[in-house]
Design a protein around this ligand. Sequence first.
Ligand SMILES: [Zn+2]
Ligand SMILES: [Zn+2]
Length: 261
Amino acid sequence: MKKCTKCNTLKPINEFSKKKENKDGLNTQCKDCDAQYRLDNLNRIKEYQKEYRQNNKEIYAKRNKKYRENNKDKIANTKKKYAQKNKEHIKQHQKEYKSAHKTNIAKQGKDYRDINKERIAEVKKEYNKTHKIEISKKNKQYRKNNKEKVAKQKKESYYRNKENSIKRQKEYLKTNAGKIAKAKVQSRRRNDYGYITLNNRFEGCNGHHIDNDRVIFIPLDLHRRYPHRQSNPDSMVEINEAAFEFMYTTGINNIKNIQLY
Ligand SMILES: [Zn+2]
Ligand SMILES: [Zn+2]
């Protein structure tokens, strides 16, 4: 048996840990007191660290802030690298999160939109109103950059509901904007083509292009009798014959420029 110097209790030898430096090769304190000392010490150290952090909170915060400010690029880079390195992991995580909260997320969004319907509409309207030029510029740029895509979409949407589209087109052509647009197209077409007239104009006449440059004036009803388009040469045969026939039968006085051809 041996008496512990700390708790002054008589204890069996195996209750003391070994210590070579001592005469009897045993520690002066018992194992329980050893353990208690370590525990007390550990708690004291922890307590001290906690207190220190608490007392220097502002300094830590300032230091962190300064570090973040001075190392913006580095931090951003690290984040980026992390994101790249863990791309799949993050993706997977997001996917899992989304799928786990799917109904919840969808519901939250829908609830929010439902509750704020009018406000959202108002904000949208207001935004559209105050950003008119910007939006129209953006749209124009988009149409310019995506010509083929836009044309395809237009065509598809036209054929998806052909009857309605034709009706709408007719209605549109009746409006002022529609009339202006139509005139623009016609004038562009006219500018693409030459305008060499082979005969004289007359009341109620209609200029018909027999080719890209030459025009014969014919009556409106004759012009409309043969639906045709320059881009489709086959459709031009009959109308051209009819136009020449009309021009020659109206008498030689009516014909001009014919010596050119
Ligand atoms: Zn003891
Ligand atoms: Zn024509």
